[in-house]
Design a protein around this ligand. Structure first.
Ligand code: KG4
Ligand code: ZN
Length: 340
């Protein structure tokens, strides 16, 4: 079954064709970084306008790279939540128009569930497994019971891990988004040179929660202090910061695996591109599923991919596709719902 996926929840304009939820025939991501960099963050108004300009050419490219035309597509899948409302609306309305014009079913996809599906595009996942979804917007520890069913074990009490990377990168003048640059510039640094707080939140009810605002403040204080007293070393600082940011993620996988008895673990989201994080997870005495780099950050292959099990589960909409876009992350605090 050929599914065309569309993803515009944030600033990347993405379209992809995936066969049977497995074989990625095309995966086009048009970045808007150059337009947002100047503002050191994503400007929602600019993101929506650029999606309007970019989306149809990106869909055309995804179809032609896959060697198919719209008539051969059997269903469309589109991210309808959560995200920036203007961005979501552009993708959703475009998908509705294309599906309506070609009389095809339309699957509404939860962006977070789609991230958890990304590793399934290249590996045979085992269910249930634990998943760490770490991105610019979210830091979630999940128990994934099936490709379309995930329970939330923990989330962040304040900032997300990706946001912490981006804020420190911005403070150091690296531009936006900065996570990738921190990763690159930390290569070879001494990860024990700077003492930064690792937020474990050990208390029972908080053992699966995360917190990044303390690390953000401590890192900024440490930068200022070491620049003043002459002990500043960018390479060592970034390696130490990365270790402090990633350690709680890895520790909570270990605790969750011990407590649930689940020995299969996946990671996903933009921060899953981080070299230190990937290495630390791959060394765990667990069976790990680590998606390739291009499937970690936002993409439409994960949307077209999860569209297949959702379609088989009859979670699709027929004309006139009455469901709408929804900006909010969780209606329900305990699981990722895909309700349209
Ligand atoms: O999943 P994603 O593309 O977008 C959201 O849904 O948020 O994640 C973007 C986040 C940004 O915070 C970015 O700085 C971070 O992922 N990121 C990284 C790396 N590559 C991207 N963080 C640390 N190391 C990286 N290599
Ligand atoms: Zn995302």
């Amino acid at each position: 079954m050929l599914i065309l996926g569309i993803e515009t929840s944030c600033d990347d304009t993405c379209a992809s064709v995936v066969e049977d939820g497995k074989r990625v025939l095309s995966n086009i991501v048009q970045s808007q970084d150059e337009y947002h960099r100047h503002f050191s963050g994503i400007v929602p108004e600019i993101a929506s306008r650029k999606h309007i300009q970019n989306l149809l050419p990106v869909v055309d490219l995804a179809l032609s790279k896959a060697g198919v035309d719209l008539r051969q597509i059997e269903a469309l899948a589109v991210t309808h939540k959560p995200g920036l409302i203007g961005s979501l609306l552009v993708g959703l309305q475009t998908a509705k128009a294309l599906a309506y014009a070609s009389n095809k079913p339309l699957v509404g996809v939860n962006h977070l569930l789609a991230h958890t599906y990304a590793p399934a595009l290249t590996q045979e996942l085992v269910y249930p497994h634990l998943s760490l979804l770490v991105s610019g917007g979210h830091t979630l520890l999940l128990k994934v019971a099936s490709p379309i069913n995930a329970t939330i074990l923990g989330s962040t009490l304040d900032d997300s891990c990706g946001e912490c990377f981006d804020k420190i990168a911005k403070y150091l003048g690296f531009g936006f988004p900065g996570g990738e640059l921190i990763d690159k510039k930390s290569l070879g640094g001494n990860e024990n040179a700077f003492q930064l707080p690792v937020s474990f939140l050990k208390k029972d009810e908080r053992r699966y929660q995360f917190s990044y605002s303390g690390l953000k403040t401590a890192a900024i204080l440490s930068i200022n202090q070491s620049k003043k007293d002459g002990s500043w070393n960018e390479n060592d600082f970034l390696a130490s910061f990365q270790k402090a940011a990633v350690t709680p993620l890895v520790q909570k996988i270990i605790w969750a695996a011990e407590e649930t008895g689940i020995s299969h673990v996946s990671i996903c989201g933009g921060v899953a591109k981080n070299r230190f994080f990937r290495e630390a997870v791959s060394k765990l005495p667990l069976k790990t599923f680590i998606p390739p780099m291009e499937l970690c950050a936002d993409n439409a292959a994960m949307v077209a991919g999860i569209g297949h099990p959702l379609y088989l589960n009859k979670s699709f909409s027929s004309p006139p596709y009455s469901f709408s876009a929804d900006a909010s992350s969780f209606k329900n605090k305990s699981f990722l719902d895909n309700n349209c």
